[in-house]
Design a protein. Structure first.
Lengths: 169, 267
């Protein structure tokens, strides 16, 4: 048995290899869970969730502005639930970001916009249910613009963060 | 060669294992804390409490990691734990105040007497709660000074929280001359308070004759106001009441003393 074989078969090396593999596996699992939960880059995750949120809002818009909108109230409500779910998901990320950086006005403003999205959808659905005369297309256009502004604010906050990181180096 | 292999087996690999464990362990803890933070923030828990819980969990995990590293180095952890247990009395006596603050901090987290941003009065210090840390609570006074109060003191002192209820009662006192008609004064005071936009209609403002002073009769005015408007209304209403009384010719007296001299022959 040569020296290398003796080292590889030694009790110390086996223990080391076992511990290393175990810790590596645990680390990979932790990282995977973090990546899945989107906690590594909170602003990026929030932005992604806002995109999904807007996809849901667009579906609500299609339902509310369709000629047979009054017959689709049940579907509208189902979609509204999805809107609320994604708004909460996006808002959660922004709240976690604000926990570390409470003074970031851009993110605070973006969060306020995102938090207001379900309300607009709710009002639109109520309007449809009550045969209201409100111009829903204009309302949803305004909402689109507002959410785009929120996304722009988030990207601005991201850039500022990068600048801060560079200054710290 | 043989001695090198023995050294490697006994010390080299365990040290490497400890290095790997410490490095990856730190990273794992960081990921766990990130997820825990998002979880806690999205719950209804107050931010100051989230910080407290995160610090507590971080310390617990780091302690676990250190014990694991010691175990890998072959240092008997049981022995250390026993030693710590045996030394608890001594440590407890030495760190009595610190441990008391820590325990009281946990009690504060459980009881939640205030949340971040609440305006509180703890003992002789009043200010907005900035943070609840492991050992102390941080307040920011209205003139922007930072005060750190040990949690042991916070827990044992009566806490006055001004932000729990939305509304507060504002008590004002007005003095007028003895020559004035009390009913007329009451009517004027109620007119002014009822007309003020910050005064809440329910419960309705009240005004009563209070007591007689040396040079004046005293009225109290009680109004309800939103907590956020308390000071604005105090200053504004005080000013308006005084101005209106003066405009309506109500005399607001000041303390007067009448001194009479008797001549020598009169005695």
């Amino acid at each position: 048995m040569n020296t290398l074989q003796r080292i590889l078969l030694s009790e110390g090396f086996i223990g080391f290899a076992f511990i290393s593999v175990l810790m590596l596996v645990l680390y990979i699992i932790a990282r995977l869970i973090s990546a899945r939960a989107g906690v590594n880059d909170l602003l990026k995750t929030a932005d992604k969730r806002i995109v999904t949120l807007m996809r849901m809002v667009r579906r609500v818009r299609v339902l509310c502005t369709a000629p047979s909108a009054e017959n689709e109230i049940a579907t509208d409500i189902r979609m509204l639930k999805k809107v609320i779910k994604w708004q909460k998901r996006a808002s959660r990320m922004l709240a976690a970001y604000l926990f570390d950086d409470r003074e970031d006005r851009d993110v605070i403003a973006a969060k306020a916009i995102v938090d207001g999205v379900p309300n607009v959808c709710r009002t639109a659905i109520v309007n449809v249910a009550e045969h209201g005369e409100e111009d829903l297309n204009r309302k949803f256009d305004d909402l689109d613009a507002e959410v785009e502004r929120a996304r722009a604010l988030l990207s601005k906050a991201k850039k500022l963060d990068k600048k801060k990181e560079l200054l710290q180096l | 060669m043989e001695s090198f292999l023995i050294f490697l087996n006994n010390y080299g690999f365990p040290v490497l294992s400890v290095v790997v464990t410490a490095l990856l362990g730190r990273l794992i803890i960081r990921h766990v804390l990130k997820q825990l933070k998002v979880l806690l923030v999205s719950s209804k828990m107050d931010n100051s409490l989230v910080g407290f819980v995160l610090t507590l969990v971080k310390f617990a995990l780091l302690l676990g990691l250190i014990l694991l590293c010691l175990e890998l180095l072959g240092i008997p952890v049981n022995g250390i734990v026993s030693a710590i247990t045996a030394g608890t009395l001594a440590i407890g006596l030495a760190l009595k105040d610190i441990l008391s603050s820590l325990a009281n901090g946990i009690m504060l987290v459980v009881n939640c007497p205030f949340k971040q941003g609440d305006y509180v009065e703890i003992g002789s210090v009043a200010g907005s709660v900035k943070e609840l840390k492991l050992l102390h609570t941080v307040l920011i006074t209205p003139d922007n000074r930072q005060v750190m109060i040990p949690n042991s003191q916070v827990f044992t002192t009566p806490i006055m929280n001004y932000s729990v209820n939305k509304t507060r009662r504002l008590d004002l006192q007005v003095d007028v001359d003895y020559a004035e008609d009390p009913e007329r004064v009451k009517t004027i005071l109620l007119e002014v308070t009822n007309a003020h936009p910050m005064v809440l209609k329910d419960p309705a403002p009240i005004c009563h004759y209070n007591y007689s002073k040396d040079s004046s009769i005293n009225f109290f005015v009680r109004v309800w106001v939103l907590g956020a408007n308390y000071w604005a209304l105090t200053w504004d209403l005080n000013e308006q009441l005084t101005r209106t009384l003066m405009e309506k010719g109500v005399n607001i007296p000041f303390p007067q003393v009448t001194v009479s001299y008797r001549k020598e022959e009169e005695k």
